[in-house]
Design a protein around this ligand. Structure first.
Ligand code: DGT
Ligand code: CA
Ligand code: ZN
Length: 582
C-alpha cells in the first residue's frame, strides 16, 4: 500500500457513492480525504497502519478507520462491497481521459453506459450528443480517447515495470545454474513504453531455470512452459518471456532478442555480405563461402567488432543510422548516470511537492549531486498550489538562508532558486520581468489551454523561448505516456527558436512524460541546443527518475557535453550567470 493507493481508493469510493446518488457531504468527505492523503507531509501510510490518524484535519472517524483497515490489511471491505454493486467493466470508464465523474454518472443513468464498448456505441450512434452537457464535439473527443486507448493496449511505461524487471533479473542471477542473464528487447533498448519483457539466461540446465522462473514470486499466471522457453504474466498484467540458451549461444541470442527487428535486419545483411549467417544462436559460415567458422563470442562488443563495427549500445539499436556511424567509428560517447552533477526542475511543499526544501536538498546531497534547482509552480497553476510573487520571494529567502548554512558548515552544495513558470495562452509568462529577474533560472512550461491549433501553440512556445529570462522549456509537448497525446506543436520550429536564443530543452525524466521525445534530440543537438535532464521531482524518491532520464538521453544519442546538468557547480554558476555564495 502506497500513499497513492490510499488516495486512489478514497477517490474511487467518492465516485461510486456519486453514481449511487448518495449524500453529497459524504461524497465530499471522501474526495477531500483523498486530497489530504496526497498532500500530507508526514508518513501517512505508516500512521494509517498504526491507527494514528486522530487529529488530522479533514479525516474524520469513518475515514480514519477505513484508512487503517486499508493500510494494515491491504483491503477494504466497504470498498469491495461497493464495487461489487457495479459491473466490473464500468471501472474501465474511469481511465478514459475527458470523462469525469459527472459525465460517467449522466451516461450511466441516462443511457446505461457501463463499459467502454457501450460508451463507443452511444458516441457513434449520436445518442450521447443529445444528452444535456454533451454534444457532438464531446462525443468526438471521447471516440478519440477510446481509439488512443485501444492503440496503446497492452503497453506499459518503462518506469512502471523497471522495479519488477530488476527484481526478476536479480532472482535469475541468484540461481546457481545461471551463468549470465539480461532483460533484452525494448526494455534493454530503453523504449519509453514496452509490450513485454524478454529475459535471456545462459545455463547448461535450462529445465531447472525454467521451473524456477515460472514459480517466482510475482508470477500470477503461466502462459507457456517448455524445455527452454516460458511465458508468464505478472500481477500487473505484464507478460514476461524467458529463453534459456547455452553459454556459447548467449551473445548472439542477446543481440538478437535485444533487437530492434530493424537493427537485426541490417546486421544480418551485413553478415551475409561478409560471407556469414547471423541468427538467434550463432554467427555461422554462409554456404559456398570460404570463411572459417568464427569462435564463440564472449561479449557483444566482440560480435560487433567481428563485423567491422564499433560496439553499438542497446539504446541506439533502432536502425536510425547507428550501423553506418559504427562503421565509421563515429558513434557518440553516450552520457552515463555518473556524469550528472545536479538537476533543475524540482518541486517542494511550497507548491505540489511532498517534501520540504531542506529534505529535497538533503536527498540530492545523498545522491552525490552538487546542486539542486528548485522550480515550484507559478500562480496560474492554482490546482498545483502555484506560488504568487510574494510566496516566491519568501522561498528565495529560505533558499538563500539554506545556501548560507551550507557554506558555513563547509558543505559543497547549492540550491538554485527558480520557478516552473506557466506559459500563458498568449505566450506571456506568469510572472512579471522584475520577479523573473530575481531568479537564478526559469523553467517555462505549458499547463493549460492545451488544445490550441498547432500554429498557435508553436507561436506560444516560441514567444516564451524568446523571453530573456527563460533558461529552459519544461516538458515540451505535455504528453502523458499511454494517457494523453502530446499537444499539437511544430517541434522543429521550437528547436530552431531554442537554438537562436540559447534556450535549453528539458528532458523531463518523469516516466509518465519522458518529454521531449528521444526521437528529436539528434535534430536538437545538430542545431546546438543543450538538454537538461530533469526529474520534475515532487518528492525525494522522484530524484531517482534521473535514471530513466539518462536512459532516454542515451536513446537520443546525447553525450555528456550535450547535457547541461553534467557541469559542475562552478561551471553552472558561470553558465547561469549567478554569483557564487559568499
Ligand atoms: P515490444 O516487446 O513490442 O516492446 O518490442 P521488442 O523489440 O521487445 O519486440 P519483441 O518482444 O517482439 O521481440 C524482442 C526482440 O526479438 C526484437 O526486438 C527483435 C527480435 N525479434 C523478434 N521477432 C523477430 C523477427 O521476426 N525478426 C527479427 N529479425 N527479429 C525478431
Ligand atoms: Ca519485448
Ligand atoms: Zn510541469
Amino acid at each position: 500500500m502506497t500513499r497513492d493507493d490510499l488516495a486512489d481508493t478514497l477517490e474511487e469510493i467518492a465516485l461510486l457513492l456519486e453514481l449511487k446518488g448518495e449524500n453529497p457531504f459524504k461524497i465530499r468527505a471522501y474526495r477531500g480525504g483523498a486530497e489530504i492523503v496526497r498532500q500530507f507531509s508526514g508518513d501517512i501510510v505508516l500512521l494509517a497502519k498504526n491507527n494514528e490518524l486522530k487529529g488530522i484535519k479533514g479525516i474524520g472517524d469513518a475515514l480514519q478507520q477505513k484508512l487503517h483497515e486499508l493500510a494494515s490489511t491491504g483491503k477494504l471491505d466497504f470498498y469491495e462491497n461497493l464495487r461489487a454493486e457495479f459491473p466490473e467493466t464500468l471501472f474501465d470508464l474511469f481511465k478514459i481521459p475527458g470523462l469525469g465523474p459527472k459525465k460517467i454518472k449522466a451516461l450511466y443513468e441516462a443511457l446505461a453506459v457501463d463499459s467502454v464498448a457501450k460508451l463507443k456505441e452511444v458516441a457513434e450512434s449520436g445518442e450521447m450528443a443529445k444528452l444535456s452537457g454533451f454534444g457532438a464535439k464531446t462525443a468526438e473527443k471521447i471516440l478519440e480517447a477510446i481509439a488512443f486507448r485501444e492503440s496503446n493496449a497492452d503497453r506499459f511505461r518503462l518506469g512502471d515495470v523497471a522495479g519488477a524487471v530488476a527484481s526478476i533479473l536479480d532472482d535469475l542471477k541468484a540461481h546457481p545454474e545461471c551463468l549470465r542473464a539480461e532483460a533484452a528487447g525494448s526494455y534493454r533498448r530503453a523504449k519509453e513504453t514496452v509490450h513485454d519483457i524478454d529475459f535471456l539466461v545462459a545455463s547448461s540446465k535450462p529445465e531447472l531455470i525454467i521451473k524456477y522462473f515460472v514459480s517466482l514470486e510475482g508470477v500470477q499466471k503461466v502462459i507457456a512452459e517448455g524445455a527452454t522457453k516460458a511465458s508468464v504474466y505478472l500481477e500487473s498484467g505484464l507478460q514476461c518471456d524467458l529463453r534459456v540458451v547455452s553459454n556459447e549461444e548467449y551473445v548472439c541470442a542477446l543481440a538478437y532478442f535485444t533487437g530492434s527487428k530493424e537493427h537485426n535486419v541490417v546486421m544480418r545483411g551485413r553478415a551475409l555480405e561478409q560471407g556469414y549467417t547471423l541468427n538467434e544462436y550463432r554467427l555461422g559460415v554462409k554456404e559456398g563461402s570460404d570463411k572459417e567458422v568464427p569462435p564463440a563470442f564472449e561479449t557483444e562488443a566482440q560480435l560487433y567488432e567481428f563485423l567491422g563495427l564499433e560496439y553499438i549500445p542497446p539504446e541506439l539499436r533502432e536502425n536510425t543510422g547507428e550501423v553506418e556511424a559504427a562503421e565509421e567509428g563515429d558513434l557518440p560517447r553516450l552520457i552515463e548516470v555518473e556524469n550528472l552533477r545536479g538537476t533543475f526542475h524540482n518541486h517542494t511543499v511550497a507548491s505540489d511537492g511532498k517534501n520540504t526544501l531542506e529534505e529535497m536538498a538533503g536527498a540530492a546531497i545523498e545522491l552525490g549531486l552538487q546542486y539542486l534547482g528548485i522550480a515550484d509552480h507559478s500562480k496560474s497553476s492554482f490546482q498545483a498550489n502555484g506560488l504568487d510573487a510574494s510566496r516566491l520571494r519568501k522561498q528565495l529567502n529560505e533558499i538563500k538562508a539554506l545556501n548560507q548554512k551550507f557554506t558555513e558548515e563547509g558543505t559543497k552544495f547549492r540550491v538554485f532558486a527558480g520557478s516552473e513558470v506557466d506559459i500563458l495562452k498568449d505566450g506571456s509568462l506568469d510572472f512579471d520581468d522584475e520577479m523573473l529577474g530575481e531568479l537564478d533560472y526559469v523553467v517555462a512550461s505549458v499547463h493549460n489551454a492545451m488544445t490550441l491549433s498547432e500554429k498557435d501553440m508553436t507561436d506560444r512556445l516560441i514567444k516564451a523561448v524568446n523571453h530573456p529570462s527563460v533558461t529552459m522549456l519544461g516538458h515540451l509537448t505535455g504528453r502523458l505516456l499511454l494517457r494523453r497525446e502530446p499537444y499539437a506543436v511544430n517541434i522543429p520550429a521550437v528547436i530552431d527558436a531554442c537554438a537562436e536564443t540559447g534556450t535549453i530543452i528539458e528532458l523531463n525524466a518523469n516516466p509518465w512524460r519522458l518529454d521531449m521525445d528521444w526521437r528529436w534530440w539528434k535534430l536538437a543537438t545538430e542545431k546546438g541546443v543543450k538538454c537538461s535532464i530533469n526529474p520534475d521531482a515532487h518528492s525525494i524518491d522522484h530524484l531517482d527518475f534521473l535514471w530513466f532520464g539518462v536512459r532516454l538521453a542515451r536513446k537520443g544519442w546525447l553525450t555528456r557535453e550535450d547535457v547541461i546538468n553534467t557541469r559542475d557547480l562552478t561551471d553552472i554558476e558561470t553558465f547561469l550567470n549567478v554569483d557564487p555564495v559568499s
